[in-house]
Write a protein that binds this ligand. Structure first.
Ligand SMILES: CC(C)(COP(=O)(O)OP(=O)(O)OC[C@H]1O[C@@H](n2cnc3c(N)ncnc32)[C@H](O)[C@@H]1OP(=O)(O)O)[C@@H](O)C(=O)NCCC(=O)NCCS
Length: 246
């Protein structure tokens, strides 16, 4: 049995703690066996403390959104786009597609994003605050990741953001954001998998359309997945503000 030992609780919890009598330090956010749990008790950590720490660990594994939605995605519709066939529930051996979790701060999530763009020096506290802010907007943020279960690292990610509209009879629209696959895992269909996962998610959640912006070289990739440039209506414009980080 696994006992999550430590982990941040909404940015306020203990992140690591020292064992008494030179017992070393229990590092953040990870699980330990029941044997370790007993070792903690032997080292003077009360059972209550152990349970609190376990609870904190469980909270740190709380997903950003209900992972069950991923089971409903119909990858049969896009079967022809994958060879061999993969899906969100069967992404391939040693891989898992799932919602972002708090503990992903320690699984290389921000380092992965830094292969997409500048991330900056984001502390764990800032990360958790942002996670909470996203979670407090229900039905809006669907940050989805691919985890390599053999090493526990997050190796792919993309985000569906759902925008609520008044138009089209109070419809909802999807925006595809922040697609990235770790450079040592590229060329294995994982880009297509994470894009199609959030695209089917948008359809499942009743979006009337899903849009994205990308560099010219990725137009063939997105086109192969059903995205298209609508004539006269596919310009992407921006204005940048000096004070905000680029
Ligand atoms: C774009 C990215 C997610 C693709 O990931 P991947 O796992 O290598 O993608 P796949 O293995 O599913 O490849 C799908 C197809 O896209 C093509 N492709 C992938 N990356 C490409 C690139 N940078 N330029 C042009 N084509 C690319 C592949 O050749 C492949 O084509 P094929 O199906 O004809 O063989 C990955 O290269 C990446 O993270 N890049 C850096 C971040 C980025 O640019 N994100 C996109 C923001 S819009």
């Amino acid at each position: 049995m696994l006992w999550p030992l430590t982990g941040p609780v909404r940015g306020r919890g203990a992140h690591s703690f020292k064992l008494p009598r030179g017992g070393g330090e229990v590092s953040r956010g990870w699980a330990a066996t029941t044997a370790d749990f007993s070792a903690l008790v032997r080292n003077g950590i009360s059972q209550t403390q152990c349970l609190i720490l376990s609870f904190q660990g469980i909270l740190s594994e709380e997903p950003l959104y209900d992972p069950k939605i991923l089971e409903r995605l119909d990858f049969n519709k896009v079967r022809s786009k994958f060879n061999p066939p993969v899906s969100a529930v069967r992404p391939g051996e040693g891989l898992r597609v799932r919602p972002l979790r708090r503990a992903d701060f320690h699984r290389g999530f921000l380092q992965l994003l830094s292969q997409l763009t500048a991330v900056g020096d984001v502390s764990e506290e800032q990360f958790l605050k942002r996670f909470d802010a996203m979670q407090s907007c229900p039905n809006t943020y669907y940050v989805t990741v691919i985890e390599d279960t053999t090493n526990g690292q997050v190796i792919g990610s993309s985000t569906l953001v759902i925008e609520q509209k008044f138009i089209h009879g109070c419809a909802v629209r999807g925006r595809l954001e922040d697609v990235v696959v770790n450079n040592t895992y590229r060329g294995k269909q994982l880009g297509k998998l994470i894009i199609m996962t959030v695209t089917l998610l948008a359809e499942e959640l009743n979006c009337y359309k899903m849009t994205l912006d990308c560099k010219d070289n990725l137009i063939p990739l997105y086109s192969s997945l059903g995205y298209f440039l609508e004539k006269g209506n596919s310009n992407y414009m921006q204005i940048r503000f000096d004070k905000a980080p680029s």
